[in-house]
Design a protein around this ligand. Sequence first.
Ligand code: GAR
Length: 220
Amino acid sequence: MKADPSPLPKIVVLASGSGTNLQALIDASRERNFPGEIIAVGSNRPEAFALERAAQANIDTFVIDHTKFGSREEFDAALLAELHRKNPDVIVLAGFMRILTPDFVRAFRGRMLNIHPSLLPAYTGLNTHQRVLEAGDKVHGVSIHFVTEELDGGPVIAQAEIAVNDNDTPESLAERVLQQEHTLYPIVLRWFCEGRIQLAAGGVQFDGELLPNPMRLSDN
Ligand code: GAR
C-alpha cells in the first residue's frame, strides 16, 4: 500500500486592496501539482476586493479591521491570534498595506514573503512609480523578499525588471510592473513551498546555496 502523500504546505495570503496578485496566486495554486494550498485570505479592510476574489474561489476569508483597534500592537495581536488558529506554513503579503510590529514579524521569521513594486533596496515605502519617474530612472521593477523587522528591507529573493519609457506615467508603470508581479509571485511561492528557498544568516539560500544576488526575471 502506498503511504499517504505528505500534506501540502498551508498558505495564508494577506491583502488590503484589489488583489490582482492574490488572483495570480489562486490561479497558480489551482494548477496541477502546485506544491501548496491557500487555506485562507485575510484583510485589514472589510471592503477589499481581494476578499471577493477569495470567496469566488471558495477560499476561507477573515477580516481584522485595523480601524477597530486603538494601537498597532493591538491590531497585530489580533491578527497574530487569527493566524495562529489557521497555523499556516507561510504567510504571503500581497498588497497588504499595514506596517507590522517587530513582534509580529519575529513570530513568522523566515515564513513570511512580501512583494514590493520597486527594485529594492531602491524606493522602499509608497509611491514607487512616481518616484522612479521623478528620478529619471530607465529601469524599474518588482521585488519579492523575506519580511524582517526592517520595512521593505528583508533579504530579496527575486526581482523582475521593466524598461521605463519616456512617455510612461505612474499608471502605465504600475500596469507593467503588476504584470511582472503576477508572473513572479507564483514562481517564488512555488520555490518556497518546495523548500528551495530559505532565509539564512547571510541572506537568502536557494537550493542550499547563499544567493549572491536576487534571482532575476527580465522582460527583454
Ligand atoms: C502591488 O503593486 C504590490 O506590489 C503593492 O501593492 C500592489 C497591490 O496590488 N504592494 C506594496 O506597495 C507593499 N508595500 P494588488 O492588490 O492588485 O495585488
